[in-house]
Design a protein around this ligand. Sequence first.
Ligand SMILES: [Zn+2]
Length: 252
Amino acid sequence: MNCVPDRIEAYIDDELDAGERLALERHLATCAECSSTHTRLLEQKIAIKAAAPYYAAPPELRESIRTALQRAAVAESRPAAQAAFWRPLAIAASLLLVVSIGWNVRSLATARPPSNFVESLLDDHIRSLLAGHLVDVPSSDQHTVKPWFAGKLEFSPDVKNLDAEGFPLVGGRIEYIAGTRVAALVYRHRLHVINVFTWPAESSQAGPAQVSQHGYHVLHWTSGAMTYWAVSDVAMADLELLRKLYLDSSAQ
Ligand SMILES: [Zn+2]
């Protein structure tokens, strides 16, 4: 295949048929110029998605902040030190904090993933790609990655190397998801990155569940005592395959 820079964007958008995709992937592996075009386009796309506004404050939150500000403004109208100016801001900030903690706790407790919990998984996935902070322990060896988590988490994640099945392990890192320390296991599939977030399962958590948003896919399942959330821009079918490989290798 010769250079086809105008097809790279279609490739990233998953619009190519299987034959053309394979040919392009082979070409990307050998052509530095197209490969750097691919990286640039991919980064651009991720940056645009990351910059897009995801959250809209619910009306109750906006209302409670407004009330707090009004109350603070009344207090401020009395003779007071200059510091009073900051009081409404501080109240608004602490309200925001309380409300967001409330959301997160509720998110983890419900079986069905609320959209803002999924958003935080997506945010984390995108941030890991953007910030150059994909892995803290870069290794394709599960016997290096698993012990690395020891002492850093209160559980030991089930790390699998699925290289032979097309999902090579890249490494792992620790993340905070909804206020919980979790393990992020990083896999590659073709030229895509998959983050598998895992932590001890709660009995209330059902699975599997899948969500697609902003061109990303999230697949959730539980196995043994652990819960898993796989996030990537690969096709949902690829995440399904990853889940199957995980379950199959656990059954052995
Ligand atoms: Zn080329």
